[in-house]
Design a binder for this molecule. Structure first.
Ligand SMILES: [Zn+2]
Length: 339
């Protein structure tokens, strides 16, 4: 029996050393120390021993039991340490390895120039406001001094949702919304999408972008308008830019003007870019019509103001010498990557 115990101890030691995981250790524990385990079996046979042998074998059996228990604990700790080490090695980050390259996009050319324009106006103390793209006929036309039968409506091919609701044809309705809510001084620009039912070609798109500007305060004159626009043009196109104002007509401004900038390609000589004109039209503007002011509850006897509107696409096309408007909306990466 003594020999049997020694054998159990030896085989337990060997098997424990070979155990590779917690599951294997548990199997060994049951095999040796469980209710039907080998050591337990020996203890059960104690009754057959002589009174002299009993304490000797009993002590030895207990020693073997303790020995196996300790070995189990030790081996469990070893296995745990090994597993941790393995995991750490697997999870180790080698900072010298080349990284995963993620391709970053670039801003759309329209966004690049719009951000620039916004910054110029913000620098002059303007706020940026936005308005709805689905707009009431009232804001898009009537409040801007374009009643239902006004011929100016014919020049703006409008998408009507119903008799009273349109997709805005211009950003000017934002002027009205701002003036309705706010008493002067007002100094805002409003960039955004506008819609006209035009067929798509190199210079037309049913969707394009405008930037509207509005200043209303006491004593605002046409000189303020000229000064503001000259500053704007010089910031956008360079200090040596030359600006000219041509009389024009808009229903919502009086007097009205169109603004040209001298062609920065040929400096007024005439070239392909300016179609031989020497000048490039960049925006429309004028003094806010007194009727528009009073439509919004602002007293035209006390306040005056100016408004301006420009097409973003045109500015960007000239900036980058792009000759087809459609390129902006096709999202061809080969085109967009160039900016
Ligand atoms: Zn030119």
């Amino acid at each position: 029996m003594k020999q049997k115990l020694e054998e159990i101890r030896a085989s337990a030691m060997r098997e424990l050393a070979e155990a590779t995981g917690p599951q294997a250790l548990e199997t060994l524990r049951v095999k040796y120390l469980g209710k039907k385990g080998e050591v337990t079996a020996i203890l059960k046979q104690m009754g057959k021993l002589t009174p002299e042998e009993r304490p000797v074998i009993g002590e030895l059996a207990n020693k073997v039991r303790t020995f196996i228990e300790e070995d189990l604990t030790k081996r469990a700790a070893e296995l745990k340490a090994e597993a941790t080490k393995k995991r750490l090695e697997l999870e180790r980050i080698d900072v010298t390895l080349p990284g995963t390259h993620r391709e970053l996009g670039v801003p759309h050319p329209l966004s690049i120039v719009l951000d620039e324009i916004k910054e110029i106006f913000v620098g002059m103390g303007f706020d940026i406001v936005e308005g709805p793209e689905v707009e009431y006929d009232y804001y898009n036309f009537e409040a801007l001094n374009i009643p239902k039968d006004h011929p100016a409506r014919d020049t703006q091919d409008t998408f009507y949702i119903n008799d009273n609701i349109v997709l805005r044809t211009q950003t000017s309705p934002v002027q009205i919304r701002v003036m309705e809510k706010q008493q002067p001084p007002i100094r805002v620009i409003s960039p955004g999408r506008v819609y006209r039912s035009d067929a798509v070609d190199a210079t037309h798109s049913p969707l394009f972008h405008q930037i509207e500007g509005l200043v209303v305060d006491k004593g605002v004159t046409f000189a303020d308008l000229k000064g503001t626009l000259e500053t704007f043009v010089k910031r956008l196109y360079g200090e040596d830019s030359v600006v000219r104002f041509r009389p024009h007509h808009f229903p919502f401004t009086e007097p009205s003007a169109e603004v040209d900038v001298q062609c920065f390609n040929c400096h007024g000589e005439g070239c392909r870019l300016c179609k031989g004109e020497g000048w490039i039209e960049i925006l429309g503007c004028g003094m806010v019509h007194p009727k528009v002011l009073s439509n919004c509850g602002i007293d035209p006897e006390v306040y005056s103001g100016f408004a301006l509107g420009m097409g973003l696409e045109r500015v960007v096309m000239r900036r980058y010498n792009i000759d087809d408007l459609r390129l902006f909306y096709e999202n061809d990466v080969r085109f967009l990557k160039q900016f």
